[in-house]
Design a protein around this ligand. Sequence first.
Ligand SMILES: O=C(O)CCC(=O)C(=O)O
Length: 245
Amino acid sequence: MTRHPIVDEGILERLEREYRADGYAVVASPFDPAEVAAWQVECDRLAGLLDEADPSDPRIQSRGHRARGVVRDRYDPVTDFSPLFRGLEEDSRLLSIAARVLGAIPILLKDRLILKSAGTHGYGLHMDWPYWEWLGIPPDEIVTLMLSVDATDAKNGAIEVFAGLHRTPLPAAADDPRDLDPKAVEGLQPRLATTRAGDILLLHPTAPHRSGPNLSGGSRRIVTFIYTIDRHAGARERYYSNPSS
Ligand SMILES: O=C(O)CCC(=O)C(=O)O
């Protein structure tokens, strides 16, 4: 495997500062354009497999769509389906970023691909932590790295983050205790985390976030690697062996 230099110290320093203060941070792409182009080709291949995939496979999940009711939209874990993304998980640039904010050796907890094809619905206000809490890992020992396969913006459903609220207890939604009550952020303005292809959005597990529908004509694809630290070895196996994950 090609070893890439770790991300520059100055970038890591800024990233860590922003991540601690805001609960998220965006890193400009440390990848070569040819690497990102290869991700795009791989996502096209994975999107093409969806029609033939076993409809009962729990690793392929669906999402509401403006015109088609429901569409198959997520691979989780995507590394089960893609040797390219399986290799990317241990890329030294990603590991150096994860190690910096976790302060320990990162290991992969979870990974996924969200295709968000044109017309697919967005995601309501939530934080990811309540979905992982049962694992018993403190939130500061998990970090999410979202890799933009395509540029993201307001039109195609970029992630919106309520910055600086990741240490503030917020009320749960009435219809799902794992989601947040939208009233919790009434009057507050989220930050739209726009990205270029190859950029990485870091998200803290308790950062409140949401995203809009994809109203553009193309897909908005994001590959996500969620890392924990080496003292939680076995957490990935526990996570994926739980049928409700
Ligand atoms: O991809 C998106 O638009 C949002 C995904 C998200 O918020 C999540 O899976 O936690």
